[in-house]
Design a protein around this ligand. Sequence first.
Ligand code: HEC
Length: 187
Amino acid sequence: MLLTSVVFADDLGQREKAAKQVSQQFVKQLGGHLKKEMKANGPVAAIKVCKDIAPEIANKLSLENGWRVTRVTTKTRNPMLGTPDQWERETLAKFAARAEKGESYSTMKQAEVVDEAGKSYYRFMKPMPVKPVCLNCHGSDEQIPGTVKAELDKQYPFDQATGYKLGDLRGAISIKQPMDIPLRKKF
Ligand code: HEC
């Protein structure tokens, strides 16, 4: 019995390390593309980075690892990809409550094994706070350039993802791993 629990704990430690690393990769890769496009062609052109490249990176990381890697939020721009499930909704609320008590989003994370419909999943979430660059497309009406606003209105008529302030919780990276799928790589 003892041995099993030791192995299990070890596996969870490995899973957390893996999830952390993959969420960092996501942020780094997306941030790199966004910065480059913003600098070269401005925020209107950069919309496609968030629209096309962000899901592409998430897909690639998902397939590479045999998990699901997504971005979720309480106020979606793209409800098809960004709508949280119950655990994700509760975790987003917990992150916001922890921030109210003074904790920084940059060091927060939530990791748990959750049973759903008879199957166990390792679940991990990391907050995505609003940084200065995000305000170009998720800030107030005054902060979003008119040309960006027009393009967002055209592409996302049901956009809810504006009006954020610096440091707000924009959303989170969410990783879901079936516990019966072993880690594919050494992390
Ligand atoms: C150039 C415009 C632009 C910038 C800058 C930008 N975003 Fe977005 N963001 C978008 C678009 C467009 C979508 C919708 C993507 C889609 O269609 O899936 C989006 C979607 C998201 C989502 C997915 C949930 C949802 O709302 O549908 C998150 C989370 C997010 N952005 C966070 C950020 C953060 C954090 C930053 C700053 C580091 C940022 N964004 C900067 C345009 C932008």
